[in-house]
Structures are given as C-alpha cells and as structure tokens.
Design a protein around this ligand. Structure first.
Ligand SMILES: *Cc1c(COP(=O)(O)O)cnc(C)c1O
Length: 389
C-alpha cells in the first residue's frame, strides 16, 4: 500500500531558530554580506580548525574560485573522478582548464589513486578529489602521487562536511576544501558554499576574487569604522554569501553532529534490514575515518535482482518513496562526449555504478516510520521482481 504522503528525497530539516534569525536579518536591513556571514565564517573556521574560511554563494563557486586562485587556466589539465556532480567538472571549464575524467574504485566509489597517476601528463596542474557519499578518499595514497608530481589538490567536500580521514577533517587534507550548503546537503543555507584554506595569502586572494576583485568588502566599507574607497585589483566574481543565507548556517552548524547521528542510525538500520536482499550495499566506513553519511547508494543489478535500476525507481516512486541517482557517469553526458570524445567503456567502474546506482532517502527529518516504509517498499519491489539470473 502506498504511503499517504510522498517521501521527498533530500527534504531539508529547517528549525525555528533559523526561521527567526532570517526574520531578524530582514528586520536589520542588512541582507548582503555582513555580520552574519562573518560569524558563520568564524564558526566554520573553528569547526574545521583551518586558518581561514571564505563563505561563497555555492560549492560550484567555491570550486571555480579555488581553481582560479591556484592559477588554473587555458592549457591546464585537472584530473577528477567520473562519478561526481557536473559542478565539479564544469568549474574546471569555467576556469579555462580541461577536465580529465578518471575511474573510481568500484568498491569505495572514490577516485582511484592509481588512475590519477596514470592520467598525469606534462599539462596536469591539479586534482579534484570528491569524498563520495561522505566517505573520505584514500588521501595517503593520493597525496603521495600528487606530492611526487607537484600537483595541487582541491577537495570537493559537498558530501562530506563532517568527514575525517586519519584524525584530520576533510577540507584540510588538500590545499583548498570546497563545501556546499545546498538544500539537500548535510547542513544548509538554501544556496551557499565555503572554502577552507590554511594559507593567509591564498585566503586573501579568494576573498577578493569572490567579491568583484574589490580590495575591501562592503561590510568594512560601509561599517561604522569610517568611509574607505575600494580599489579593483582583479576581474573578480559575484560569489559572496549573503547574511540571509548565513542566518540559516549559524543555526544549522551547531546541530551538525545531531543530524549526523540520526543519519548514521538510519544508515545502520538500512544495512541490517536490507542485507539479505539481492542488492549491493555501500561499503562500511573505513577504519580511522569518519564517514559523513550523506548518501546511502545501493546498486541494483538486473542480472542479480531481476529488475533494473530504473524500474526499481519507478516502483518505489509508485509506493510513495522518492529516490536519487548519484550519478550517471559524467564523461558520458552529451557535452563531455561531444567536446572531449569520451566513449562508453572508457571508465568501466564509474559507468557500471552509473548504470546501477540509486540512493535511498537519508535525512535527519525522516521518522522511524519513514525509514520502515523505505525498507518495506524495497523488499516488496524486489520480491515482486522476476527471479534473478
Ligand atoms: C552539490 C554538489 C556540488 C555543488 O554544490 P552547490 O552548492 O549546489 O554548487 C558539487 N559537487 C558535488 C559532489 C555535489 O554533490
């Protein structure tokens, strides 16, 4: 029997304090980049333990700015995994560089360190790693390769705000870390992003590039410290976060651990309740790491389950359960095939996952009843499939 109310995939949990803070922000008249952004940046900086943290309008903006600030431009190649969201590779193109897709490890779903090494050419400038689904990448192996070749590492931490690798937080492992506070992410500001940075000069440059290339930001210019002229020192972007967005973030961030615990509990429940089904479940978290539990990607193989991924999604949808697909392999999307000449079969692990993967809902907003409904619908869907083989 379908649920009464459709379970929307990635529905956000927004609580009263941030609603009140948004109202207070509106009443204050300061909607642009101001005191709430400064507070959110300071809170995030303390959360990550970095020297600087720069709030921006999205993780896409964070990735683009990071590559610009590191000097990636025309003729430069940037290596990244084929199993990621389009923003990761589009940012390379926005910076004028060339994305070079490489394969992932079929078990961890993260970029394969050996594939990075194999893809390095004389034009390679940087590597973007994506901590997929919240699982930190194999950073020891990756950094051994990138250090040996003098390459910068940018971490796409959109799935992995609270993840840690061998005691070190994500966003502090490479040269720059990029975070997303999009509605479906582990904490949200509606739209929003953050760059973590340990180098004062680079942080200063990112801040200038994020706001038109102005030498001082608007908050300092119009504050009570006296009028100061700005100078345009670069052709910067309009990538600043606003106080309306930060009003959400300053209340969401202190709850990040509570939300994580809830998602970790749902993850554990799914593992236990689905382990006898003809599905591939995601790997358990690796030792000495903290998994951010952003996604719960299962794989539905028609030869094993008797039903393909897309049919599984349709049936779950009819049962009232919304699902996500993270992701169909990016190099096979039309733009990348046509512009860079990728062909099916080039990156088999990413393509195989892309054909079989589907993400179950994993949100702190879900009740135990919601979780049971997902499990029951998955069991019923697979039980009604023709026998595997
Ligand atoms: C969501 C996401 C992004 C983009 O984040 P925005 O804040 O929406 O720009 C980038 N990379 C990955 C892996 C994502 O999941």
């Amino acid at each position: 029997m379908p649920r009464e109310r459709f379970l929307v995939f990635g529905a956000p949990l927004i609580e009263e304090p941030e609603i009140q803070e948004v109202v207070d922000c509106l009443r204050s008249g300061w909607l642009g980049t101001g005191p709430r952004v400064a507070r959110f940046e300071e809170m995030f900086r303390a959360f990550k333990g970095t020297r600087d943290s720069i709030a921006v309008s999205s993780c896409t903006a964070a990735l683009h700015l990071s590559l610009e600030a590191l000097g990636v431009g025309p003729g430069d190649e940037v290596i990244l995994p084929a199993l990621t969201f389009a923003a990761t590779s589009n940012a390379v193109i926005h910076a004028g560089g060339t994305p070079v897709f490489v394969d992932v490890d079929p078990r961890t779903m993260n970029i394969d360190p050996a594939a990075i090494e194999a893809a390095i050419t004389g034009r390679t400038r940087a590597v973007i790693v994506v901590h997929f689904a919240g699982r930190p990448c194999e950073m020891d192996e990756i950094l051994a390769v990138t250090t040996a070749h003098g390459l910068d590492v940018v971490e796409d931490c959109a799935h992995a705000i609270e993840a840690e690798y061998h005691g070190r937080p994500t966003g502090t492992l490479g040269r720059l870390g990029c975070f997303s506070f999009y509605v479906t992410k582990n904490i949200l500001t509606g739209e929003g992003g953050m760059i973590t940075c340990d180098e004062p000069d680079l942080g200063g440059r990112l801040r200038v590039l994020a706001l038109h290339g102005m030498s001082r930001d608007a908050w300092h210019r119009f504050g009570d410290e006296g009028f100061v002229h700005y100078d345009i020192v670069d052709a910067g972007y309009k990538y600043n976060m606003t106080d309306l967005q930060a009003a959400l973030g300053i209340h969401q961030l202190p709850r990040i651990h509570r939300y994580w615990e809830r998602r970790a509990a749902i993850d554990a429940r799914y593992r236990d309740a689905l382990k006898d089904l003809p599905l591939t479940l995601p790997l358990d978290a690796a030792p000495e790491t903290r998994h951010a539990h952003h996604l719960f990607p299962i794989q539905v193989d028609v030869d094993v389950a008797g039903i393909g991924r897309d049919a599984f999604i349709s049936r779950m949808h009819r049962a009232g359960i919304g699902l996500g697909v993270h992701y169909r392999a990016l190099h096979l999307h039309r733009y990348y095939r046509e512009r860079f000449g990728y062909r099916p079969g080039a990156l088999p692990a990413a393509e195989g996952i892309g054909d079989r993967t589907v993400s179950l809902p994993l949100s702190p907003r879900m009740t135990d009843r919601d979780v049971d409904d997902v499990i029951e619908a998955a069991r019923a869907t697979l039980a009604s499939a023709p026998a595997g083989g």
